[in-house]
Structures are given as C-alpha cells and as structure tokens.
Design a protein around this ligand. Structure first.
Ligand code: TMP
Length: 208
C-alpha cells in the first residue's frame, strides 16, 4: 500500500484558508487520485471541537493554557484521526497544525520555542507534515477580509502588532524549512493564488 501523505494549510486571519482548502482537496482528488481526509485544528474530533470552543471563546486564557489546550486537542486528533488515516494510506489535509502553535503561541504570545518543540516531539514523535502551504497576507489586509465573516473569536480582537509577530514567526519557519513550507502570496486575486497553489502541488507531486 502506498503511504498516506500529510499536508497542512497555514496562514494568518483572512488569508482565504477555507476556499483554498476546498480547492486543494479537489485538486488532489483529481490529480493524485488520493482519498483525502480534510480536518482542522483545533478540532477534528469530538474532544477537539469542545476544546476549540473553549480555546476560541474563553476570555483570560494564559499563554501556557492556550498552548496546552492546543496540544491536548492535537493529541486526541493525532490518535483518533491523523495517524489512523495515514496508516490506511489516505492523504490528510489539515487546516492548521503545529506551525500555527509556533506562530501564535510562540511568535504572537512570546512562549519559548523549546516548550513548543518539547510538546511537538513528545506527541508527534517524528511525524511532521510532508508539505505545508503558507498563505501569507499583510495583517491589515487579512483583518479587513476576516472582518464581517460572522464567526468572531478571541483572536479577532488581537492587535496588528500581534499579527505582525505571527506573520514573522511563520516567515521564520518557512525560511528554516524551505522544502516543506511553501509560501503563497495570498494578497493577490484568488485565481492567481490558486494557480500558484496548483503549480506548487504539481512540483511536489513530481518529487514523490
Ligand atoms: P482558524 O482561524 O483557522 O479557524 O483557527 C482558529 C484560531 O486558532 C486562529 O486564530 C489561530 C488559532 N490557533 C492557535 O493559536 N494555535 C494553534 O496551534 C492553532 C492550530 C490555531
């Protein structure tokens, strides 16, 4: 049996993750003939969705609490969804994963990377995404797009400074893992963004 592949989608707020997630799923089904399991973090399991509500709505969470909640949801997700799907040879397409913890809890909240790396190594072992697409937008544009989406959460009231740090942390990760993390300029019109995504996916498939 061919091994499953693990693809993640990352980016700041209002980067167009939802519409592009659907595009990537359809593209993979069509071009790779893969069975694609779409999931998200925080969430993806019953426990994870409960944690998501708490994580997104509860006021006054300490940065450490945020990080531990995210990894609690992730532990459940890895055990119940991600690892079993990969073991069946399915492709897992996940809306955010551990890079988001480095960007938001590390960059945004200022928690030390080593803390995050410790939890990552403990819970994931050597499991890392095979490919990560990073939808990059300037924070002011993302905020304008996210505004009026109607699903407001705790992160929507964060300052622009917070999002500048999140974006920088994503950029640092992309620079340190240029093979795995591919940046897409998501400030361009959607057809151009999707053309770029398709090109990146095609190049990546060729390498498999
Ligand atoms: P969403 O906007 O993709 O639905 O994600 C919900 C929020 O959760 C988003 O503002 C980013 C945040 N988040 C973290 O802070 N750390 C994480 O590790 C993940 C997966 C998400």
């Amino acid at each position: 049996m061919k091994p499953g592949r693990f693809i993640t989608l990352e980016g700041g707020e209002g980067a167009g993750k939802t519409v592009n997630l659907n595009f990537i799923r359809d593209w993979l089904v069509q071009h790779a003939g893969a069975t694609v399991r779409v999931t998200r973090e925080p969430g993806g399991t019953a426990v994870g969705e409960d944690i998501r509500r708490l994580f997104l709505q509860q006021a006054d969470l300490q940065p450490e609490t945020e990080l531990l909640l995210i990894f609690a949801a992730r532990a459940q997700h890895l055990h119940q969804v991600i690892r079993p799907a990969l073991a069946r040879g399915e492709w897992v397409l996940c809306d955010r994963f551990t890079d988001a913890s480095y960007a938001y809890q590390g960059g945004g909240r200022g928690l030390a990377q080593e803390r995050i790396a410790y939890l990552e190594n403990w819970l994931q072992g050597d499991l890392r995404p095979d490919l990560t697409l990073l939808l990059d937008t300037p924070p002011e544009l993302g905020k304008a797009r996210a505004h009026g989406r109607g699903d407001a959460n705790r992160f929507d009231t964060e300052t622009e400074r917070f999002y500048v740090k999140v974006r920088q942390a994503y950029a640092d990760r992309a620079a340190s893992e240029p093979q795995r993390i591919q940046r897409v300029d998501a400030s361009r019109p959607l057809p151009e963004v999707q053309q770029h995504i398709a090109t990146l996916l095609l190049q990546w498939l060729d390498l498999l």
